[in-house]
Design a protein around this ligand. Sequence first.
Ligand code: GTB
Length: 213
Amino acid sequence: MTITITAFERSPDGGKGLARDTRVRWALEEVGQPYDVRLVSFRAMKEPAHLALHPFGQIPTYEEGDLVLFETGAIVFHIAGHHAGLLPDDAGARARAITWMFAALNTMESPILEFGNARILEGDKPWSKERLPLVADRVRNRLSQLSARLGSADWLDGAFSAGDLMMVSVLLRLRASGILDEYLNLAAYVARGEARPAYKRAFAAQLAINAGK
Ligand code: GTB
């Protein structure tokens, strides 16, 4: 069955791969599933046809026959659950990989998004100078804890899994801030993720759409 995802017609990052369709593309590449992409404008995202797929008017969405999904956590979990390559067969290891997906999305992504908002959207507010260090320290706190757990391992729990895919995708949002480089093992972990052929294919595919826009 054909898989179709949606992505920005024009990503505000100009092809840095930070929009969340990249993590879905990466998952599909890891499991070797071909997919189509439907590009949507910011205006089209808020119109009824797209809202029928995504109640919050965002990208990405995922369509496979009658199935329509939104939320990258749910989409990557669906892909990982239906194709070999992203979740271990052993029940315990599988549950731990899923735990890392949730940790990436709940425990790590929340302060990272807040930090991004504080840096970019609120940077011109009079209170920004006071608030930004607090928000940055919340991120550092989580990064220290994650760094301690990862230690010198390549991946979070044995072999590469959907948990790593999601964690690397979330950490990538920090690169421009320089904060990730304070944690050498995490910077190397993210680089390992980016070096995977499947990530490179996913990145190149979104770049082909967004480069030069
Ligand atoms: N929790 C949802 C998920 O994981 O799927 C979040 C989806 C989401 O935030 N989608 C964003 C969106 O559609 C695109 S990825 N935004 C439009 C809107 O809400 O109207 C977030 C994003 C956007 C831009 C950059 N960038 O340019 O660097 C990075 C990430």
